[in-house]
Design a protein around this ligand. Structure first.
Ligand code: NAD
Length: 286
């Protein structure tokens, strides 16, 4: 049986050297961004496979862009919550070392909503950014909603674009997603196009069947980790779902922070059931 003892967790934290957190959609749930699975999951309304694949985009870029426009608008309206902020603080060695004296820390997030980077900006402006000599403080392994990638293989221009709406034709279509009635007739030439070459662009997120970012660098950290915090993820999407298991197999410890007791991370040493925006600040104690 996993432990729920906060003091025992804090003791473990104090002796851990290489800490990673693997985060998922539940990290942003309190910010009002729907998760895919679990209570309030958005996949009840839309099927992931029909909108988050390269094939879906090839078949109907309008439908896919409407879905991502909806997600962009939701993320723009959202604010980082207490769980994002405590992870940002934990990234700063001077703060973290008060509870985990000789540790490193990296957040590996599956989220694409830009809320962790926004929390970092805020917290680092106040407390100072982690020094460059530290391991990277964040990997956004599934890309970012606000990266916009050119689909022309001879161009491949990428830009970070937070425009709302990203183009006139998509303005207001976020309501169609809520009503489960996407507009399949939206002309492709009215969708976002590359500012350099004029070709159609796509959202800069990693779709099912595509390779996540920074896998080699993440693998190295996972190999080294002696403590893995699993925050707000159903642990169903690989490779992220395998990281905690790998840490445990290498003799490291695993602590799960999830709103539900999903049982997804079998063999976890600690499980803290409840909203991570409450449980995580308490457990990290900073
Ligand atoms: P998921 O939707 O499969 O699972 C979400 C998990 O979070 C569930 O286990 C649920 O019980 C838990 N949860 C819900 N509210 C919580 C809270 N307040 N505190 C703690 N836990 C909470 O999410 P996933 O595992 O990240 O799914 C994988 C895919 O979903 C990833 O590819 C990710 O890119 C994508 N996704 C990202 C976002 C985002 O960027 N915010 C949103 C939806 C989905």
């Amino acid at each position: 049986m996993p432990s729920t003892d906060i003091d025992a967790f804090k003791h473990l934290l104090g002796t851990s050297k290489h800490i990673i957190a693997v985060a998922g959609a539940g990290l942003s749930a309190a910010s009002g961004i729907p998760t895919f699975r679990g209570a309030g999951g958005m996949w009840r309304k839309y099927d992931a496979m029909s909108l988050a694949t390269p094939e879906a985009f090839e078949q109907n870029p309008s439908l896919v862009w409407q879905f991502y426009h909806y997600r962009r608008e939701a993320a723009l309206k959202a604010e980082p919550n207490a769980a994002h902020l405590v992870l940002s603080k934990f990234s700063i060695p001077d703060i973290r070392h008060a509870v985990a004296p000789s540790s490193s820390f990296t957040l590996i997030t599956q989220n694409v909503d830009n809320l962790s980077p926004r929390a970092n900006e805020r917290v680092f402006a106040k407390h100072g950014a982690p020094p460059a000599s530290e391991p990277p403080h964040i990997f956004e392994m599934h890309g970012r909603l606000f990266d916009v990638n050119c689909t022309n293989p001879n161009c491949e221009h990428t830009e970070f674009n937070t425009a709302s709406p990203i183009c006139e034709a998509l303005k207001g279509t976020e309501k169609l997603v809520e009503e489960q009635h996407l507009d399949s007739d939206l002309p492709v030439d009215q969708l976002p196009h590359c500012s350099k070459c004029g070709a159609l662009t796509r959202p800069g997120v990693v779709w099912f069947g595509e390779i996540p970012h920074d896998l080699h660098r993440i693998d190295k950290l996972v190999q080294q980790a002696d403590l893995c915090l699993v925050v707000g993820t159903s642990s169903t999407v690989y490779p992220a779902a395998g990281y905690a298991v790998e840490v445990a197999e290498n003799g490291g410890k695993v602590a799960v922070f999830n709103a539900e007791d999903t049982g997804a991370t079998e063999g976890a040493d600690f499980v803290f059931v409840g909203p991570c925006e409450t449980t995580l600040p308490k457990a990290l104690g900073i």
